[in-house]
Ligand binder design. Structure first.
Ligand code: TMP
Length: 208
């Protein structure tokens, strides 16, 4: 049994990632792959319990360091319970957010030492890095107004202010530039089908 493929979706708030992750999962299933569509923080029963702590409440409830530790705690559980067993069984894993979100939200925008984030990533994720990461790029204020218009209950990160979200958008662009083998920047400005076509093209170009 050959190992499955691991694709992550990343970006700021309201960029349409979750819809596009679902659409890509459907396309991959049509191609005959078994696909696990999952998300972070969360994706496993334990991970979802940690998610409930971290995505609701006030922006000031947790420091960026506490968030970092909670994100990697949730990630460890998710990897062990869901991602690693799926990849080992030859399934494809499509994950809505992964370690680049910690690099951008808690590291670049939140002020946690990037070297500390990398050391946690090495310890927790190790060799199980994504094969491909699609980074959704949209001006921060556009995405934020889309996310707030959704009126979701999980608004803790949306409440962190415009400057935080500008730093975030820049951080994701920097991550994409620093990891050109793994990451593709997706222009998220467009209707659902236009962006879906960009996603499919990126997956094909990556040779997956
Ligand atoms: P979502 O809105 O895409 O479901 O993600 C939930 C929130 O969690 C989102 O505001 C981004 C945030 N987040 C981090 O801050 N760091 C992380 O490592 C992850 C995975 C998510």
């Amino acid at each position: 049994m050959s190992r499955g493929r691991f694709i992550t979706f990343e970006g700021g708030e309201g960029a349409g990632k979750s819809t596009q992750a679902r659409l890509l999962a459907e396309v991959l299933r049509e191609r005959g792959h078994e696909v696990v569509l999952t998300r972070e923080p969360g994706g496993s029963p334990g991970g979802e319990r940690i998610r409930a702590l971290v995505v609701s409440g006030d922006a000031a409830d947790w420091s960026a360091m506490t968030e970092t530790l909670l994100m990697f705690a949730a990630r460890d559980d998710h990897l062990n319970a869901v991602i690693r067993p799926a990849l080992a069984a030859g399934k494809w894993v499509v994950c809505d957010r992964f370690s680049d979100s910690t690099r951008a939200y808690q590291g670049a925008a939140g002020g946690v030492d990037p070297a500390f984030v990398e050391s946690l990533d090495s310890a927790v994720v190790g060799a199980d890095q994504p094969d491909l990461t699609l980074i959704f790029d949209l001006p921060a204020e556009r995405g934020l107004s889309r996310a707030l218009a959704r009126g979701a209950a999980e608004t803790r990160f949306e409440g962190k202010g415009g400057a935080f979200h500008d730093r975030l958008a820049e951080a994701f662009r920097t991550i994409a530039a620093a990891h050109p083998d793994r990451c593709r920047l997706i222009d998220a400005d467009g209707d659902v089908e236009t962006v879906a076509a960009r996603v499919r093209a990126a997956v094909e170009t990556a040779g997956l």
